[in-house]
Design a protein around this ligand. Structure first.
Ligand code: ZN
Length: 462
């Protein structure tokens, strides 16, 4: 009996240590040019339903409208049995989001994104009878201002791929959204083009499952476009390359695969899904499920001296056994404010204050002013006034941390913004997309993205 109990005990301990591998399978459903792509979406949605797998279809506004105009209730209903996301209103029609928002600030850009994208969002809600649960940019046309607009539209998950921001190949919280992005080795797909043999992908998949089993679990992101299953080239590249505009009457169809070739592609997807399903500890999740399998971004309350010491080593998020804190979460706790989600600053403020110390009374007033700004705007200030001079937000945070740790005069400290390492510095490479104009390199969007790095922290599985 004792031996049996011991065995049970060991098994429970072992099984608890086995982390789950979650797979989010998503399809950018965007080709509104060739009606054969409607059939591809239908086929994929039905195949997956038969396999008992729920995927996420991120639909373009115009795609939803043409499905309605072509009376494809069958496609709408088949996709509606899965999770529905949003993939912009017109995808590749100019101006695409990054072009539109390149020179706009945080607030103006968010308003512009919402103005241009809300119509498509409403159309999808109406046509599918469901509010889209996630968003992902067309191509690499990412812009940080979209994050604020998406929250205002009621979207809380950013599901896509890109290199502008990333955190160790796993999901993270950024600008108040759950981001599945820049997944590195955990962005996986079985190759439809036949360059990578299926067995190789299967081996990589199994290795990831083994890795996650021993490390408390993780997420694999797999994506396709229904159009890829029936075409050998992209519908938008043949019409809208390098910023081109064309009237609808001039649109050309992308080159189609033969029916046999399309069948081969559907078989590869089925094989991949069946392989994943049969692996131990693997579970398919939708964009909807992500908000349930990841813990709330509410930060734990941590001893302020610990937080201050952390900031002295550099400004970035902190992971503790009880949860994760973004740099913004930490600053709020150092200021003695209640936890709240707040955005990062809107521009890079400079430190003009040129004395090594700040008189205690002056600094107290500064701190009260910062708290009032945050409470009023739900945003961190870009520059902090000390009388008529300023501190940058980073230097202010480092100064607050230093003052908390040592009694005596307030010494001005200089900050290292360590969270900036998670952002790309390659404005050309990060926005490389055949639809963007030649040479497009919106460094301003990356800079605005970095400023929002105050909100960055890992997402943690429940
Ligand atoms: Zn797309």
């Amino acid at each position: 009996m004792l031996r049996l109990l011991l065995l049970l005990f060991v098994c429970v301990g072992f099984c608890a240590a086995q982390g789950t591998t979650y797979v989010v399978l998503w399809f950018d459903t965007e080709d509104y040019v060739d009606p054969i792509a409607d059939d591809a979406a239908l086929r994929i949605a039905n195949d997956l339903t038969r396999l008992g797998v729920h995927a996420t279809f991120k639909v373009v506004g115009e795609k939803a409208r043409v499905l309605e105009a072509r009376h494809r209730r069958d496609v709408i209903e088949a996709l509606g049995r899965h999770s529905i996301g949003y993939h912009s209103d017109w995808h590749s029609i100019q101006p695409v989001p990054a072009l539109d928002l390149e020179h706009l600030g945080w607030l103006e850009g968010a308003a512009e994104f919402q103005r241009r994208q809300e119509g498509g969002f409403r159309d999808i809600s109406r046509i599918f009878g469901i509010t889209p649960v996630c968003y992902g940019q067309p191509g690499s046309s990412w812009a940080p201002q979209s994050n604020l607009a998406l929250r205002r539209m009621g979207i809380h998950v950013y599901l896509d791929e890109g290199s502008q921001v990333g955190l160790n190949g796993q999901p993270f919280w950024y600008d108040g959204l759950l981001y599945v992005f820049n997944m590195g080795p955990y962005q996986m797909r079985a190759d439809l083009g036949g360059k990578t043999p299926f067995a190789e992908t299967a081996r990589e998949f199994d290795a990831a499952v083994r890795h996650f089993a021993g490390t408390g679990g993780g997420l694999i992101s797999t994506y396709y476009h229904p159009t890829e299953f029936v075409h050998t080239e992209f519908w938008d590249a043949v019409n809208f390359s390098n910023g081109a505009t064309r009237k609808r009457s001039q649109w050309v169809l992308p080159h189609r695969r033969t029916p046999e070739e399309a069948e081969r592609c559907y078989r590869i997807l089925t094989e991949y899904v069946q392989h994943a399903k049969s692996a131990p500890g693997v579970q398919f999740v939708t964009a909807n499920d992500l908000l349930h399998i990841y813990a709330s971004p509410m930060p734990p309350t941590i001893d302020r001296a610990t937080l201050a010491r952390h900031f002295q080593n550099g400004i970035t998020f902190l992971s503790t056994p009880s949860g994760d804190l973004s740099a913004a979460d930490i600053l709020l706790q150092l200021l003695g404010m209640p936890p709240d989600y707040v955005d990062g600053p809107t521009f890079r403020g400079a430190t003009t204050y040129n004395q090594p110390q700040i008189p205690e009374l002056l600094f107290e007033g500064t701190v009260e002013d910062v708290k009032s700004f945050i409470k009023t705007n739900h945003r961190l200030p870009s520059q902090i006034f000390v009388g008529s001079q300023t501190l940058s937000l980073g230097d202010f945070a480092a100064t607050v941390a230093g003052h908390l740790l040592s009694a005596g005069p307030v010494r001005v400290a200089r900050a290292k913004l360590l969270f900036e390492q998670y952002f790309s510095n390659d404005a050309k490479g990060a926005f490389d997309w055949p639809i963007h104009p030649i040479g497009f390199a919106p460094a301003e969007l990356l800079e605005l993205g970095r400023l929002q790095g105050w909100t960055l922290k890992p997402a943690r599985l429940r």
